[in-house]
Design a protein around this ligand. Structure first.
Ligand code: ADP
Length: 163
């Protein structure tokens, strides 16, 4: 059976929390498509190309992970990919309401699409891309929260070689 799962998000940038969710998903999915959403209301720190490049670098050792971008409805992208699973991470109760709405809407749009929620390792539950961006922008050390390639990209972006 070829169980394909889509893990959608902004990944601005990818963190150890995202990596943890992908690793967990590989235990029940045969292939994971990490799908970077093109249409964002907020302006991202990293361009789509940069986010894709960093994700490709982070998951370069994992042949079952593919990195793609998508525009428009996730339900349509899932059909194109022949995927019936959507992976989302749940960190806190605050994530839940929005995630529930999205999951139910996606199921209305594509009745065979199931959303699976995964909890990360407990020490990653506080981690978010926005917090990483904020700490890096203020010159803090984010080495424990992101892959070295992402850390380099953040340093270059904030011109911040001395920590
Ligand atoms: P989005 O803008 O769609 O929330 P993100 O890149 O912020 O995109 O997150 C993508 C998914 O990864 C979401 O389901 C989010 O809850 C999950 N996620 C982000 N950070 C973590 C983390 N530290 N632990 C677990 N899940 C996470």
């Amino acid at each position: 059976m070829n169980r394909i799962a889509i893990y959608p998000g902004s990944f601005d940038p990818v963190t150890r929390g995202h990596e943890d969710i992908v690793e967990r998903s590989l235990q029940f999915a045969d292939r994971i498509i990490v799908a970077v959403a093109v249409s964002l209301s907020k302006a991202p720190l990293f361009s789509l190309e940069e986010r894709l490049r960093l994700l490709n670098e982070v998951f370069s050792g994992e042949s079952r992970v593919e990195v793609r971008s998508f525009d428009g409805l996730l339900a349509n992208f899932a059909r194109q990919c022949d995927a019936h699973l959507v992976i989302r991470g749940l960190r806190a109760v605050s994530d839940f309401e929005y995630e529930l709405q999205m999951a139910l809407m996606n199921r209305r749009l594509h009745s065979e699409l199931e959303t699976v929620f995964l909890m990360p390792a407990v020490d990653l539950t506080f981690l978010s891309s926005s917090l990483v961006r904020e700490v890096a922008s203020l010159g803090g050390d984010v080495g424990a929260f992101v892959h070295p390639a992402v850390e380099r990209a953040l340093r270059a972006r904030f011109n911040n070689d001395i920590q």
